[in-house]
Design a protein around this ligand. Structure first.
Ligand code: BGC
Length: 464
């Protein structure tokens, strides 16, 4: 159904509701992105201010992902016990506190601790926000949400890169880290005004309140009744994640596929660029503000190439887009590694190296960026969905943590040629993995995918 048709089936309150859910998705994604992006430009200044070694820098970067993994774990319990809304409020408060503490850090240790708090907030928000949004969005809008979410992540990264670049002229790394509290406050104000999720209310036996919220959201009585019944029916088939995981080998396959896909997404090397881009520009012979402007261009290309995915994923399908993305990434990373290995570069070769870096980013943003999230949400069977998605989301943060923690050490001991060559090789392996294990889920209903999975079909064919 298109947007116009949706609006005509519901009352005016739907407009307000869409505004809020859309705004929420946007802000949660934006916060995710801001925090991924903000550290790259600040790192050099922090290093100078605290005389940080490369190992200390790796911890400063990665402590946030460590916190995010913990936050995502805790969010499963919090959002069940206290509700989605309260979890989001908690996430927003921690977010504001974490950003301000980062800005006020007085030592490497205090900065690491503040980034763990910030990570907790991001883990809670990035687990709970999509869950909440999918529970209160009208069904016909759920699909587009994931792409919007990824787009906002990339916009957040870009915004952080630009803000870092501007603050770099006065060397104000504390402002770089602290300014992120502003969207955090907006998020906090927004979530306090949101209704509770009707699905959660019903889960806790609060039927009357659930109906009230649905009426407020949808207006139209018929729709409210239908959706209320649908939720009741879904709840009659409760989530049985862990016991299903132990009992059913087919479900284990989809959980492991989700986990593998998120490991793959991180081991493409995308966050090596997101966190350490200025350092890569340095290796390519750029200095001073040029490094940060280059990083901002990386952020811009990341946003723009996401539109390629949004445009083609439902036309070409998941597999062709993912496979093409890996080819582009192998070329970008591989050639970049080769060029950097040459040592001193002429101006022409420096520019060529930057083009290769941008090629890699394009490959990621047009494929693995959004698509891994899409696939992870599509391959899990209904009864184990929450468990499966929680497992893959947690993996995303853990893998992200490992990449952030090892890159500078790799660069120092292997040199840039071998390091980037290694990531290029991994991307080549992921191409092969995709051929053998990734299903084509374009235009197939989730029920169909589930039936195939549970019938024991090879993973590659569960969308057939
Ligand atoms: C990934 C992040 C990454 C971002 C880059 C997301 O899909 O999960 O780790 O930083 O894309 O745009």
């Amino acid at each position: 159904m298109n947007i116009a048709a949706q609006t005509s089936t519901a009352s005016g309150s739907t407009g307000e509701h869409s505004f809020f859910t859309g705004g929420m998705a946007a802000l949660a994604g934006l916060m995710f992105g801001l925090d991924i992006g903000v550290i790259s430009g600040a790192l050099g200044f922090i290093g100078t201010a605290f005389h940080a070694s490369d190992a200390a820098k790796e911890w400063i970067v990665s402590s946030m992902m460590f916190g995010a993994a913990l936050g995502a774990l805790a969010a499963g319990v919090l959002s069940f016990r206290l509700g989605r809304k309260v979890s989001l409020i908690l996430g927003a408060i921690l977010f504001v506190i974490g950003s301000l503490l980062c800005a006020a850090a007085w030592s490497i240790e205090s900065l690491i601790a503040a980034r763990v708090i910030l990570g907790l907030a991001i883990g809670i928000a990035t687990f709970t926000a999509p869950l909440y949004i999918s529970e209160i969005s009208p069904p016909e809008k759920r699909g587009s949400m994931i792409s919007t979410y990824q787009l906002m992540i990339t916009i957040g990264i870009l915004a952080a890169f630009i803000s870092d670049t501007l603050f770099s002229y006065i060397g104000a790394w504390r402002w770089m880290l602290g300014i992120v509290a502003v969207p955090g406050v907006l998020f906090l104000i927004g979530v306090t005004r949101l209704p509770n999720s009707p699905r959660w209310l019903l889960m806790r036996g609060k039927g009357r309140e659930a109906r009230e919220v649905l009426t407020q959201l949808r207006g139209n009585k018929q729709r409210v009744d239908a959706e209320y019944k649908e939720i009741e029916e879904q709840l009659r088939r409760p989530q049985v994640g862990w016991s299903l995981f132990r009992a059913n080998s087919n479900f284990r396959r989809s959980v492991f596929l989700g986990i593998a896909l998120q490991i793959i997404q991180q081991l493409t090397g995308i966050n090596v660029v997101m966190y350490y881009a200025p350092r890569i520009f340095e290796a390519a012979g750029f200095h001073g503000h040029m490094q940060l402007w280059g990083t901002a261009i990386v952020g811009l290309v990341n946003v723009l190439a996401t539109f390629i995915a949004i445009g083609f994923v439902d036309r070409w399908g998941r597999r062709p887009v993912l496979l093409s993305g890996f080819v582009v990434m192998v070329l970008g990373m591989g050639i970049l590694g080769y060029v950097l290995n040459l040592g001193h570069l002429s101006v022409g070769m420096q520019i060529f190296a930057v083009v290769m870096l941008l090629l890699f980013i394009t490959g990621f943003a047009m494929s693995a960026g959004p698509l891994i999230w899409v696939l992870c949400s599509e391959v899990q069977p209904t009864k184990g969905r929450d468990f499966g998605i929680a497992a893959s989301t947690l993996t995303n943060w853990v893998a992200n943590f490992v990449v952030g923690l090892t890159f500078l050490s790799m660069l120092n001991s292997w040199g840039s040629g071998l390091t980037f060559g290694f990531y290029a090789l991994l991307n080549a392996l992921f191409f092969v993995f995709t051929i053998y294990f990734v299903p084509e889920t374009k235009g197939v209903t989730l029920e169909h995918i589930e039936a195939n999975l549970m019938a024991g079909k090879p993973l590659r064919n569960i969308g057939a």
